[in-house]
Design a protein around this ligand. Structure first.
Ligand code: HEM
Length: 374
């Protein structure tokens, strides 16, 4: 069983690896992508325990010495580059505190009209004839909307291309684009989300760190949203649900995220010391993942909150923004394009994994936004 194998399958088919991992017990042992072996938590209560336990730390410096960091998709060690995704303990708590109000339901809710305007503009732009909403909208909207909040809307297309290039040999140049974008947002465009974040961080935060934090917002937002938007739009056009109000729409969006969890696994964690877990002894520096998708899709999952956005101190900081972006896209699609229809039967849609610990996305989403041509 290789959970990281890239597979292509029908739109409603879950990746077989999740059922296989579940069958292997609450703590499955797998071959690690960076060499050696690794552990995957497949059970809800155990996952919440691990995600709240500081002995499972994020710092890639704790990865086994034998790991090839690039192959394992690791960020730089926390000492090399401060980042919310790799910091632990008080450093992490400080970063979360700076981001929290800006990314709260209230903080983000203020921007809803701007997000809707971006969705409307991008959909209207491609509305004539048959369009591939996966390539022409899902990959462009989240990054363009986040650029709008950062005051660098004009970087939308370049940032969108840079997100795709981050998984290729062009990654260093793509990273350069993000650093440039962040620099412009921080210095040239007046008040925006980047400057608001800077104002909430300690005054001695370096320019490089500030730019990296902006990069993280754009990149973390794009790689997950890209996937969830395609599935949401496909289901909306196929099912044509009656969603009379915001509450109904939000519930539909969340249900869609549970059917197609955009982040199938957490990022890597590493044990800081020897740990006893689910009857196994994990040596220090053991790599551990949580199978968020497998747990969310488990037919025997206990009632209660899902794990789509993770849990514990690293719970997705962008969860409110993600839900707003999804609602904005759904609102515009259903209200501005009420006659839009899938150009192929829903059952023929295919999904493909991005690779590594990332989720999957629709290979194409052919749609007629205005079937009558008006
Ligand atoms: C449907 C869309 C999204 C999903 C399913 C998702 C999922 C997740 C998950 C599961 C984690 C925790 C990873 C772990 O514990 O290792 C996470 C963390 C994070 N997400 Fe999201 N995310 C989404 C959208 C976004 C957006 C739009 C942003 C933009 C701000 C964002 C920014 C982040 C950041 C910065 C972290 C790191 C938080 C930390 O380590 O404290 N995410 N996300």
């Amino acid at each position: 069983m290789n959970p990281f194998e890239v597979t292509e399958r029908g739109v409603t088919e879950a990746k077989p690896a999740h059922a296989a991992l579940r069958a292997a017990g609450p703590l499955a042992r797998i071959d690690g992508p960076g060499g050696g072996f690794a552990w995957v938590v497949t059970e809800d209560a155990l996952a919440r325990e691990v995600l709240a336990d500081p002995r499972f730390a994020k710092d890639p410096a704790l990865a086994p010495d034998t790991w090839d960091r690039t192959r394992a998709g690791l960020e730089p060690a926390a000492a090399e580059q401060t980042s919310m995704t790799t910091a632990d303990g008080p450093t992490h708590a400080g970063l979360r505190k700076a981001h929290a109000p800006l990314f709260s339901a209230r903080g983000m809710g203020e921007h809803y009209d701007r997000l809707t305007a971006v969705a409307r503009e991008l959909l209207t732009e491609v509305a004539g004839g048959k369009v591939d909403l996966a390539a022409d909208f899902a990959t462009r909207f989240p990054v363009t909307a986040i650029c709008e909040l950062l005051g660098v809307r004009d970087y939308g297309e370049r940032a969108s291309a840079a997100c795709r290039a981050m998984f290729t040999a062009e990654a260093p140049a793509a990273f350069g684009t993000f650093m440039e974008l962040a620099g412009v947002a921080l210095t040239e465009r007046g008040a925006n989300l980047a400057t608001a974040l800077r104002d909430r961080l300690p005054a001695d935060t370096s320019e490089n760190d500030l730019r990296y934090f902006v990069f993280l917002i754009v990149f973390a937002g794009q790689i997950t949203m890209d996937s969830s938007l395609g599935f949401l739009m496909a289901h909306l056009l196929h099912e044509r649900p009656d969603l009379p109000d915001r509450r109904a729409m939000d519930a539909y969006v969340q249900q869609n995220l549970r059917i197609h969890p955009p982040a199938p696994y957490t990022l890597w964690r590493f044990t800081t010391a020897e740990v006893e877990l689910a009857g196994q002894t994990l040596a220090a520096h053991s790599p551990v993942l949580v199978d968020l998708a497998g747990i969310t899709l488990d037919p025997d999952r206990p009632a209660g909150p899902d794990l789509v956005f993770g849990a514990g101190p690293h719970f997705c900081v962008g969860a409110q923004l993600a839900q707003l972006l999804l609602r904005a896209a759904a609102d515009v699609l259903t209200n501005d394009f009420p006659d839009a229809e899938l150009a192929v039967p829903f059952e023929q849609l295919r999904q493909r994994d991005f690779g590594g610990t990332q989720g999957s996305h629709l290979t194409t989403l052919p749609v007629q936004l205005r079937p009558d041509g008006v």
